[in-house]
Design a protein around this ligand. Structure first.
Ligand SMILES: NC(=O)c1ccc[n+]([C@@H]2O[C@H](COP(=O)([O-])OP(=O)(O)OC[C@H]3O[C@@H](n4cnc5c(N)ncnc54)[C@H](OP(=O)(O)O)[C@@H]3O)[C@@H](O)[C@H]2O)c1
Length: 211
């Protein structure tokens, strides 16, 4: 068990997750699939057999992924992307709300209002709007999944101090969205989860991350 799993386990949350290893005939949409974690998740879902749409602001070719224009802050691109998935694939089984921006140093008194807006619009309003437009397709059959890519720095359990206020609050709100989706749509068969990838070496995570 690594350090992060030990922390989670100490809180009494499950660390073992049963995962499906065959997604043949399933359709997935991953936002922010142009690079970083979103690119890796989209590629891996393809390896598991899913038809994968990779939502990108600037669509580009990626092996095993169907690029689709999707800027989570531009609702017209969100609705158009979902319409395209419905038209081409007639179903959606997995939505991964991965697109995110963060984190500059500084507490609330010093960060810019522009950063607060951009982070909340991308990390919180974005997943809410993508989920809203995707729900009718996801609810067509039981077992549809929404995976919200969150972060431990937005979990209330450890306190929220230590800079990155907009990022922390956006991820905290994203966890709220997960709980809402679970409560509202769980009875109709939707499975909603928040996940934290851990500190990861990407443009957002920076060069010092261990993985
Ligand atoms: N890396 C970590 O250590 C870490 C830890 C915990 C959680 N996370 C979370 O993991 C997720 C992915 O992060 P990452 O590390 O892979 O970051 P990244 O390498 O910086 O990639 C961010 C991705 O989000 C996309 N994006 C940004 N704004 C967007 C928008 N308005 N519409 C659509 N796509 C947009 C980017 O697209 P462009 O190429 O167009 O900019 C890019 O594909 C984020 O939600 C982040 O908060 C990361």
């Amino acid at each position: 068990m690594n350090e992060e799993q030990a922390k989670i386990s100490a809180r009494g949350w499950p660390t073992e997750v049963h995962t499906l290893d065959d997604l043949t005939d399933q359709v997935a949409l991953v936002t922010g699939a142009s690079r970083g974690i979103g690119l890796a998740v989209a590629t891996e879902l393809g390896h598991l057999g899913a038809v994968v749409y990779g939502g990108m602001r600037m669509p580009k070719a990626v092996d095993g992924v169907k690029p689709i224009r999707l800027d989570v802050t531009q609702e017209a691109t969100v609705s158009a992307a979902i319409v395209q998935v419905e038209k081409e694939a007639s179903r959606l089984d997995v939505l991964v709300n991965n697109a995110g921006v963060g984190v500059s140093d500084g507490d609330l008194a010093v960060i810019s209002s522009e950063e607060i807006r951009e982070v909340l619009e991308t990390n919180l309003l974005g997943p809410m709007l993508v989920s809203k437009h995707a729900l009718p397709l996801l609810l067509k059959r039981r077992g549809g999944r929404i995976v919200n890519v969150s972060s431990l720095v937005g979990a209330m359990t450890d306190g929220m101090e230590g800079n990155w206020p907009a990022y922390r609050v956006s991820k905290n709100g994203l966890n709220g969205l997960t709980i809402y989706l679970h409560g509202e749509y769980g009875p109709q068969g939707l499975i909603a989860n928040s996940v934290c990838p851990g500190h990861t070496r990407t443009d957002l995570g920076g060069p010092d991350a261990r993985t």
